[in-house]
Design a binder for this molecule. Structure first.
Ligand code: GDP
Ligand code: IMO
Ligand code: MG
Length: 424
């Protein structure tokens, strides 16, 4: 029995989907606990490629129950579309897919406000995915949110939408100069999705507590990454949830004392999509090469991802924040062919050297990275499944990272497919 959390150790897109899919054949439950359809988790197996946004990445490998926890914000229309996609692939969700009654709903006005707010920010835009994530969490925290259970009682739903629209229409009309919205239209838009989702909505907190009591294996799937955490990331250039291991508890109802493994997923280099500081970003030829070799384009929005060398100062902070006791290294194959590979081991801020990740945005923006240069390798490692087959310089690269962080890698990923993996 184990309860393991998989957490993005960078700015998202570390390959969480691939790893959760790989590990889920040993799981009884796979649980999403935060974020929403801003996530894009790519899975490749049996010549299939799937991008999941809301459904846990455990749906294809094994028979785990897949749970969308209370901490997730759900766009019902997007979720139904995703369910249809999975069913069309021949996979059944009957009896093994569960949606928390207390997860909050993303309504069309959340998406509209997300986009309008970004437009108003102009040059300071966060570069959100436009999926309504921020405004939905604002509704939740300001206690006017609509929860999945509210969808099942049309009277309650209508009253809550009516109440919300009073403020929202005022802002649309007077601040944004946009057409206002009508409750009836929103209700009508939701009707088909409610019918499709109703059988899956339940008390997932109790379901998971029963799992813990029955010594089941639980795998929690983080979305986004620690550096996008609303408390601990590069605020305000973050998402609006807690993608850290603490968030796994509040977003699922699983207590901290039940967690035994916290796995961090990091790429062999760094990427970030959207705006905000990125200390090791590379603007020239090397950055372009990483983007091209790593196919670094967003799985949700298609935007090119910003690329840079691995940042061990940020990663050490992330390991500590989450209590990570195991790590996965993904996209190791993307480093093939580089004569030298750099890793950032220190920062210089205002002329002073430090290995502590700064918490003020101003300081993060001032970081001058100090690099250690390591030798690369010529031969392709793509698809390797044995540690012994790795070139000596690839092994040294991995050992260097482990030594800096004080945590061992248990999985090395050498390609996008489930099978392209070295298990240690
Ligand atoms: P997630 O959001 O953390 O699940 O990651 P994404 O799916 O957004 O982005 C990761 C991308 O890298 C996807 O296109 C994966 O198919 C791909 N990928 C994952 N692991 C590897 C790997 O080891 N090597 C290569 N070349 N691609 C990988
Ligand atoms: P996965 O789970 C990478 C980024 C956006 C933006 C910021 C806020 O696939 O790793 P939001 O729409 O959440 O309000 O946008 O967060 N972002 C991601 N970046 N991977 C993701 O998810 C992301 N989800 C949000 O680009 O900078
Ligand atoms: Mg992604």
């Amino acid at each position: 029995m184990s309860t393991r959390v998989v957490i993005g150790a960078q700015w998202g897109d570390e390959g969480k989907g691939k790893i959760v899919d790989l590990l889920s054949d040993q799981a009884d439950y796979v649980v999403r606990f935060q974020g929403g359809a801003n996530a894009g988790h790519t899975l490749k197996f049996d010549d299939k490629k799937v991008v999941l946004h809301l459904i846990p990445s455990g749906i294809f490998n094994g028979n785990a129950d897949c749970v969308i926890g209370n901490g997730v914000v759900i766009d019902p229309v997007a979720l139904v579309e995703e369910i249809k996609g999975v069913q069309e692939m021949g996979f059944s969700l009957e009896g093994r897919f569960f949606i928390s009654q207390t997860a909050h709903v993303i309504l069309p006005y959340h998406k509209l406000l997300d986009q309008l707010k970004e437009k108003r920010r102009g040059g300071d835009a966060i570069g959100t995915t436009g999926r309504g994530i921020g405004p939905a969490y604002v509704s939740k925290v300001s206690r006017v949110g609509i929860r999945m259970i509210d969808l099942l009682d049309r009277e309650i739903l209508k009253n809550k939408i009516d109440q919300n629209l009073q403020d929202i229409n005022f802002a649309l009309e007077n601040l944004y100069k946009e057409p206002t919205l009508k409750t009836e239209d929103l209700m009508a838009e939701l009707e088909e999705s409610i019918a499709a989702l109703e059988p899956f909505i339940c008390n997932t907190t109790n379901l998971l507590h029963e799992g813990i009591n029955n010594h089941k294996n639980i795998l929690l799937e983080g979305a986004q990454g620690t550096m996008l955490d609303v408390d601990h990331g590069t605020y305000p250039y973050v998402t609006s949830s807690s993608p850290t291991s603490g968030g796994a508890c509040t977003g699922s109802g699983i207590p901290p004392t039940a967690l035994d493994k916290v796995m961090g997923i990091t790429k062999a280099y760094c990427t970030r999509v959207g705006n905000g500081p990125f200390p090791t970003e590379l603007h020239g030829k090397v950055g372009d090469e990483l983007r091209k070799k790593g196919h670094e384009f967003g799985a949700t929005t298609g935007r090119p991802r910003r690329c840079g060398w691995l940042d061990l100062v940020a990663l050490k902070y992330v390991v500590q924040l989450n209590g990570m006791n195991e790590l996965t290294l993904t996209k190791m194959d993307v480093m093939d062919g580089f004569e030298e590979i750099k890793v950032c081991t220190k920062y210089i801020i205002d002329g002073k050297e430090t290995d502590v990740f700064p918490l003020s945005l101003d300081d993060v923006e001032k970081v001058e990275p100090v690099y250690t240069s390591l030798p690369g390798w010529k031969n392709s490692i793509e698809g390797l499944t044995n540690w012994d087959d790795l070139p000596a310089t690839a092994k040294s690269y991995i050992r260097f990272i482990e030594e800096y962080l004080g945590v061992k890698f248990t999985i090395i990923s050498t390609g996008p497919k489930r099978s392209e993996t070295i298990l240690l």
